[in-house]
Design a protein around this ligand. Structure first.
Ligand code: SF4
Ligand code: SF4
Length: 360
């Protein structure tokens, strides 16, 4: 037997075996297999220590605890914080109880969530949209008033929309671990909990802009990019610069010849690979500031890579109508009344070109 080689654990997830090191979580083991064997994650964020265990999106069934003790675990467990055991058998997409529970989690996350997608900068790259589309019900039973909050100005670069926040704590961990001064956090408890600063303060550290990238929803958005475009009309390009503060490796988001946004690069799990500084993010918006590397490989779940939306900026209604037709093609069982297009006034909806018309 080879010395110094750690003993590996064999885990079976949705019938697929994988070998991982002790201490690996179920979620990380599932990501090693990849694809939709990996449970969804709204609060877990691998680069952030301590993240996970808040949103319950990644619940799975442990059908056998280990080779030594093959009894099933009595309740579903959060895969992002549960370490694997040798011989563990896990069911994710293959277990109906897991799928039914996820529908409930989506409904729960959306209880107080506004119907903002048509005007939300996160639309098209929103983890909550993807989660709701892939795992949710097309209806809600919620009839109460949604929560509202006093508006807080947290500085010149970052816009806080508290009504969209799902209290995942990612931005709090980011400020704790990436910046040297955290001035914001979760105030209050229960349904009074909110992201805010203790007294009206700007979030202005050199790396504070990273909270925008880690936010899974549109609760923290870039004020310099606000309402400039929809992400599926933009063209992402990898670029770098010699930056004294960060790695300088970014994604530039073009509209025509104009750089309308700069973000950190993300991996296939929509997680930042290297955090970037505010100078690169907010102040370098000229192509001449950057060395262009080439088109960005778009992460999974993106409407850009999935090509679900195509649009012509001169005829934006065409993109909407096409999206509606493709939605039906994706899943005929869903109620298309959930589509944002239904929020158009009826008379405007009637004027939209037919989805079957040839692309102009
Ligand atoms: S955060 Fe996501 S789900 Fe919520 S309004 Fe914005 S795009 Fe829609
Ligand atoms: S603002 Fe965004 S990142 Fe922060 S807790 Fe809310 S959803 Fe999470």
């Amino acid at each position: 037997m080879e010395e110094n080689k750690p003993q590996l654990y064999t885990v079976t997830i949705d019938g697929i075996e994988v070998e991982v090191e002790p201490g690996t979580t179920i979620l990380q083991a599932a990501r090693k297999i990849g694809g939709d064997v990996a449970p969804p994650a709204m609060c877990y964020y691998q680069p952030l220590k301590g993240s996970g265990g808040k949103c319950r999106a990644c619940l799975v069934k442990v059908a056998a605890g280990s080779a030594k003790d093959p009894r099933p675990m009595p309740k579903l467990v959060a895969s992002c914080i549960t370490p694997v055991q040798d011989g563990m058998v896990v069911e994710n997409k293959s277990n109906q109880q897991v799928l039914d529970t996820r529908k409930g989690i989506v409904e729960f996350l959306l209880l107080n969530h506004p119907l903002d997608c048509p005007v939300c900068d996160q639309a098209g790259e929103c983890d909550l949209q993807n989660f709701a589309f892939n795992h949710g019900l097309a209806t809600t039973r919620y009839e109460e008033d949604r929560r509202t909050f006093e508006k807080h100005d947290i500085g010149p670069y970052i816009q806080l929309h508290m009504t969209r926040c799902i209290l995942c704590y990612r931005c709090v961990y980011t400020a704790d671990q990436i910046t040297n001064k955290r001035v914001h956090g979760v105030l209050g408890r229960g349904d009074a909990a909110e992201i805010s600063t203790y007294i009206e303060k700007a979030v202005d550290n050199d790396f504070s802009g990273n909270v925008i990238d880690v936010c899974p929803v549109g609760a923290l958005t870039d004020k310099t990019y606000r309402f400039k475009n929809r992400v599926w009309f933009t063209k992402p390009v990898d670029a770098h610069r010699d930056c004294p503060t960060c790695s300088g490796k970014v994604t530039l988001w073009y509209r025509g010849e104009e750089v309308i946004r700069v973000t950190a690069r993300k991996n296939e799990w929509n997680e930042v690979t290297e955090f970037i500084c505010n100078t690169c993010r907010f102040e370098k918006k000229q192509t001449s500031d950057w060395v262009i590397e080439g088109p960005t490989k778009i992460a999974r779940g993106s409407v850009i890579s999935a090509n679900k939306y195509r649009g012509d900026l001169k005829k934006p209604d065409f993109g909407l109508k096409l999206a509606a037709s493709q939605y039906k093609q994706v899943d005929d069982k869903r109620d298309t009344s959930q589509l944002a297009i239904r929020q158009l006034p009826a008379e405007r909806f009637a004027k939209l070109p037919s989805a079957n018309e040839p692309e102009p």
